[in-house]
Every structure is written in C-alpha cells, then in structure tokens.
Design a protein around this ligand. Structure first.
Ligand SMILES: NC(=O)C1=CN([C@@H]2O[C@H](COP(=O)(O)OP(=O)(O)OC[C@H]3O[C@@H](n4cnc5c(N)ncnc54)[C@H](O)[C@@H]3O)[C@@H](O)[C@H]2O)C=CC1
Ligand SMILES: CC(=O)C(=O)O
Ligand SMILES: [Mg+2]
Length: 370
C-alpha cells in the first residue's frame, strides 16, 4: 500500500505519525511510504534519515495526500487537511470527534475511512493507542500544574511538595485511568497530598493497592467532587467515557468556593473537557483565568515532548498500522479492535457515542460498509 505521512500543522505540535524506525517496518513489509519534507524535524529526524530506511520524501502535504492510500498522522486533521481526503482513502490518527462538529462534517463530506487512535481497543478493555499519550499527558499534567501554581504565573505561589515544616500542595485527580494514575504517580513522587476520584470501585481498589496509602481514593459523587475540589490547590481533570464528550464535573458556580488562584488542569479537554469553564488552549498560550482560578487546557500536551511521545505512540500504532497497510479495509472488518476504532466510513458516522454527542445519525459498520 502507498502510505503517506504529512507534517503535523497544529500549533506547537512536534510529533510525527511515523518515525524512521516505523517507516523501516512498513518498507520491510513491502509498502511504499511517502513523507512530507521536514515531517520529522520536531524529533530531530532528517529527510535523509527517512530516505536511508527506504522512505520517499515529497515536497508538500498536497503531494502526500494526493498519492497515498492511507494517511498516518498524530493530531486530528485540520481544515486544510480534511478537504484533501477522499473516498477509499484511510485516515489513521487521533480524531476526538465528539466535541468537534466542524471536523466531523469535514470528514463525512470527504468520504474517507477514518480510524481514531483513541477508540481502538485491546482484549483487556483498554485503549492501547490512547494509553501511551495518556501516560505522557498524565505525567506532564503535574509539571503544568507546578508551573501554573507559581505566583509569577498567576497561581497561589505554592511549591507542590512543600518543604520540611510546610504543607505540600493538595492535588485532586478526577478520573483514575491512565492519565489519572500517571499524574498521581508524579504528584506522590513530589510529595504532594493526593486524592484520586473515580466512579469505578474496581479501579479505586486497584489504585488503593498500587499506591499503598500514599494516595487516597474516593468514589465519584457530586458531594465528593465538591468537597475535594473546594479544598484543592490543583485539580487534574482526567475522566473519559470513550468516544463521547466528557461529563462536566466541575461547574462554574463551584469556582468561587475554591481556594483563590488554585489550578485546574483539564487533560480531558480533547473530549470537550470536564470543567464547565474549560476551552482548548495551546502550548503557545496555555493558561487563562476564570473567577480567580487558573485553567490549563492544552489539547495536545504530549506534543511538547515529541521525542518521547512519537516513540511511545509509534510503538503502539505499528501493529495496527501494518495490519491496515497489509489488508486495507478488510483489516477493520476482521479485527474487532480496529473495528472499534472506525469512526467515519464513506460519509457515515460509525461510532455511536460520538454520533450521540454530535447529535448526528449513527450507522453501524455493517450498514456503512454495505
Ligand atoms: N490533553 C491531552 O493532550 C491529552 C488528553 N488525553 C485525554 O485524557 C482523558 C483521559 O484519558 P485516559 O486516562 O486514557 O482514560 P481512561 O479510560 O484510562 O480513564 C478514564 C477514567 O475516568 C473514569 N471516569 C469516567 N467518568 C467518571 C466520572 N463521572 N467521575 C469520575 N471518574 C470517571 C473512568 O472510570 C476511568 O477510570 C481522555 O479524554 C483522553 O483523550 C489523553 C492524552 C493527551
Ligand atoms: C491523545 C491526544 O489527543 C494527544 O496525544 O494529543
Ligand atoms: Mg488531544
């Protein structure tokens, strides 16, 4: 198959869809890989690094889109990208369609087949192509909170771990999945007082064992969220209902009862965010203030550490990408985990939770593929 890798164009997005190592695997499997010039610059991979492993360098994104049967990216396609997609072309990337009606319309109009990394599943009920970036974002969330807490950045002027004789920051993590666990690990490591809230008792049991008392766990209710948020210096938003818009767990009315200049880090912003007052920000201008509370809502956090992130992402996407390159759409029909990733096919929305969030009709795969 002809596989294309355009350079990412989202603001401060430095990751790349295929690393040179991954291109080598595609080429070894008999595929032709076309990479836009400088696509790997953010991770220090030159055009020659791609040529050496058998890739072909093209001088524009337009050429890559025009000549490829499958496009492999990182971030959701931007308007100038979705209008270059076409029927019978596979798009393999993050989509986060639920809160993004414009992109949904663009993809539906293109007629392409779009497989969203974030809804591909594994046999254990996990999301294997979201997990590596959630690990990165969870860890970065505490760094982001530490920066935003500084008085010079508008925050409370608090050091996360405190010092001997002085209280550390109180950090509440809402959603104890991959992002939440990695955020909690960093926060505990720095010496913060950490509470994790989740609505899954099973998950809370696992977290209780994992942290052996170094983080508290609480079942998610309106009461527990309010109590913890009001007493927090930092709240990390890390909930997910796969494919759907995030539930709004912290309302604007709650902000006035919080500690002045506390920090909200809404990692779930790519699914619309779990704080009512969240809106997406960029690495160029990551924070803003509402009612005296600092908000950090960067929708592509892992893009800030592209070396770590591109490697981790490619490790996870490689077997699925190769299956798609080897078999085309048949791979989606044969593999239930890739099937779960199918969000758009030939002008139809094939992921129910996304369709529901968008208020658009849902078509089961069998119908869309008929
Ligand atoms: N901003 C960014 O750059 C990035 C954002 N993300 C996003 O972070 C979010 C979390 O991802 P993961 O941790 O991988 O998901 P996950 O599925 O591993 O964990 C989500 C957790 O939220 C819990 N949850 C759901 N509803 C809840 C509620 N009402 N109250 C409390 N807990 C609730 C679930 O039980 C689950 O444990 C997703 O929206 C993901 O797309 C991930 C990576 C990068
Ligand atoms: C998961 C995601 O949206 C990201 O890594 O940017
Ligand atoms: Mg994102």
């Amino acid at each position: 198959m002809k596989v294309g890798v355009p350079k990412e164009i989202k603001v401060h997005e430095y990751r790349v869809g295929l690393t040179p190592g991954a291109v080598r695997e595609y080429v070894a499997a008999g595929h032709r890989v076309m990479i836009e010039t400088n696509a790997g610059a953010g991770i220090g991979a030159t055009d020659d690094d791609y040529r050496i492993v058998g890739g072909t360098i093209l001088t524009s994104a337009a050429e890559v889109f025009a000549s490829s049967e499958m496009i492999v990216k990182v971030k959701e396609p931007q308007p100038s990208e979705w209008c270059q997609l076409r029927e019978n072309q596979i798009l393999f990337t993050y989509l986060h369609l639920a809160p993004d009606p414009e992109q949904a319309k663009g993809l539906l109009k293109s007629g392409c087949t779009a497989i969203a990394y974030e809804t591909v599943t594994d046999p254990h009920g996990g999301l294997p192509l979201l997990a590596p970036m959630s690990e990165v974002a969870g860890r970065l969330a505490i760094e982001a909170a530490g920066s935003a807490l500084k008085r010079s950045a508008g925050g409370r002027g608090l050091l996360i771990g405190g010092v001997p004789g002085v209280q550390p920051a109180r950090i509440v993590v809402i959603g104890g999945g991959v992002v939440g666990t990695h955020a909690a690990r960093m926060a505990v490591g720095l010496g913060a007082e950490v509470t994790i809230i989740d609505r899954s008792i099973l998950r809370l049991r696992e977290l209780d064992e994992l942290f052996e008392g170094r983080a508290r766990t609480r079942f998610s209710t309106i009461d527990s969220v309010e109590e913890e948020v009001f007493a927090a210096d930092v709240v990390i938003g890390a909930v997910l209902v796969p494919g759907a818009s995030a539930p709004k767990l912290v309302r604007r009315s709650m902000l006035s009862s919080m500690r002045k200049r506390a920090v909200l880090v809404d990692v779930a912003i790519d699914q619309g965010g779990c704080f009512e007052t969240s809106h997406p920000t960029t690495h160029a201008d990551p924070t803003y203030e509402v009612d005296g509370i600092i908000h950090y809502c960067v929708a592509n956090m892992p893009g800030a550490v592209p070396l770590t992130s591109s490697q981790a992402l490619n490790n996870a996407t490689l077997p699925f990408g190769l299956a798609l390159a080897n078999k085309g759409f048949t791979a989606v029909l044969e593999n239930p985990h890739l099937r779960a990733g199918l969000n758009v096919h030939r002008g139809r929305l094939t992921y129910e939770a996304a369709a529901e969030s968008l208020g658009l009709p849902f078509s089961p795969i069998e119908q869309a593929a008929a």
